[in-house]
Ligand binder design. Structure first.
Ligand SMILES: [Zn+2]
Length: 343
C-alpha cells in the first residue's frame, strides 16, 4: 500500500499531472519494455509485443481548484476544476501550488455564531468561499508567490481505517493508477499490453482521446472507482454497490450515454470472475462516465469495459476504499487479459 499512499498524497489537478506521472513512470519503467509521454502529457507504457493489443487506462488527474482572483484584503477567490459538491469544500485545509513552492491555506467561512437562523439553513455556495493563507493584503499574498492560475489541492494524508479500509484524497483515480501498475507487474502474456495513465479526465475525458488514437487497441479496460450505497442516506435501489464485495463491472453508465459495454467484454469479465472465483458486482450507472466513453469511439471503434473499485464519498478529500477490493480488481483484470490474449 506504500505506492497507493504516495499516489494519493501526490498533487495533480487536470493539466498539472506531472508529479503523479513521475511516480508512475518510475514504477512502470521497472516492468515495461517502453515508456513515453505524449504531447498532452499522457504516460504510455508498453509491455510485450506482437499479437493483439490491449490498453489499460487510469486517469492521473484529481478534481481541484484554481486561483481566480486575489482580493485587496489578501483573500483568494477560486474556481473549480472538475465536479465538486460545494459543501465538501468548506473549512478544508488546502495547498496552493506556486512557482515558489507550496503555500498552505484554509477555506474560510462565516462561523455559525455570527449567522442568523435563516442563514444557518442555507447551503454555502462555492462562489462565496475564499482561501485564507494568513496574509494581510494582496501584496503579501503575491510575496508568497501566489498568482492567478495557480492550482490548489486538498491537504490530506492517506491513512488506514479498521479492517481492510483505507482513506485519503484522490482515490479517484489513483486507486486505478495503483491497480494498473500492479496488473502490469503481474501480467505474463503474449500480447502487446499498454498501460495508459491519462490527463484531464475530470474535465472532459480529454487525455484518453489522444492516447486511444495513438495506441488504437483491440481491447481496452478502464480502471476506475465507483460510488457505493452501503452507508446511511443512500437507498439500495439508488446504488447497490458495496465495499468488500469485489470489483464492480460496468454494464452501462450514464444511462447508456457514456458506455454500453460490448457483450463480448461483459462476457469476458464475468466469465473470468466466475471461473477464477473472484467476487464481483454488476453496475448499471445513471450518473458519471469514464475514459471508456471516449476510448470506445476511437477510429473504427474499440471494445471497451470498465472495472471499478467501490469507493465511498467519491470527490471528497476523505474517500474510502477496501484493500481487499483493490486486490481482487487487480486479479480480475490481469486474468481477463491473460484469457483474452491466450484465446
Ligand atoms: Zn475517475
Amino acid at each position: 500500500m506504500k505506492l497507493l499512499k504516495r499516489l494519493s498524497e501526490a498533487h495533480g489537478v487536470p493539466g498539472h499531472e506531472d508529479r503523479v506521472r513521475e511516480i508512475l513512470r518510475r514504477e512502470l519503467e521497472k516492468v515495461c519494455d517502453e515508456v513515453f509521454v505524449d504531447r498532452l502529457g499522457n504516460l504510455i507504457a508498453r509491455k510485450g509485443e506482437g499479437g493483439r493489443k490491449v490498453m489499460l487506462d487510469a486517469h492521473m488527474d484529481e478534481i481541484g481548484l484554481m486561483v481566480k482572483h486575489i482580493d485587496k484584503n489578501g483573500f483568494i477567490r477560486f474556481t473549480t476544476l472538475g465536479g465538486f459538491f460545494d459543501q465538501t469544500l468548506l473549512n478544508q485545509r488546502v495547498v496552493v501550488h506556486t512557482h515558489r513552492g507550496e503555500v498552505p491555506g484554509v477555506i474560510g467561512s462565516k462561523p455559525p455564531h455570527l449567522m442568523k437562523e435563516e442563514e444557518r439553513k442555507k447551503v454555502v455556495k462555492v462562489e462565496s468561499m475564499f482561501i485564507d493563507v494568513g496574509a494581510g493584503d494582496a501584496g503579501e499574498v503575491e510575496k508568497l508567490g501566489v498568482r492567478v492560475g495557480d492550482y490548489i489541492t486538498f491537504d490530506r494524508s492517506f491513512t488506514r481505517l479498521a479492517g481492510k479500509l483505507v482513506t485519503g484524497k484522490a482515490f479517484d483515480d489513483r486507486v486505478g493508477c495503483y491497480a494498473m501498475v500492479e496488473v502490469m507487474r503481474r501480467l505474463d502474456v503474449d500480447a502487446e499490453v499498454y498501460a495508459v495513465a491519462t490527463v484531464q479526465e475530470e474535465v472532459g475525458l480529454k487525455g484518453a482521446r489522444t492516447a486511444a488514437y495513438k495506441v488504437y487497441p483491440d481491447l481496452a479496460i478502464v480502471l476506475e472507482v465507483t460510488t457505493t450505497g452501503d452507508y446511511p442516506g443512500v437507498r439500495e435501489e439508488e446504488s447497490a454497490t458495496k465495499l468488500n464485495a469485489g470489483p464492480a463491472i460496468t454494464l452501462v453508465d450514464a444511462k447508456g450515454r457514456g458506455l454500453i459495454t460490448h457483450p463480448s467484454v461483459k462476457e469476458l469479465l464475468i466469465s473470468t470472475a466466475e471461473e477464477e472465483k473472484i467476487p464481483y458486482q454488476l453496475e448499471v450507472g445513471e450518473g458519471g462516465t469514464t475514459d471508456a466513453t471516449t476510448i470506445h469511439l476511437t477510429k473504427e471503434g474499440v471494445l471497451a469495459g470498465v472495472v471499478s473499485v467501490p469507493t465511498r464519498y467519491i470527490h471528497s478529500p476523505v474517500e474510502v476504499a477496501s484493500t481487499g477490493d483493490i486486490e481482487q480488481t487487480i486479479e480480475l483484470v490481469r486474468r481477463a487479459i491473460e484469457r483474452w490474449a491466450g484465446g
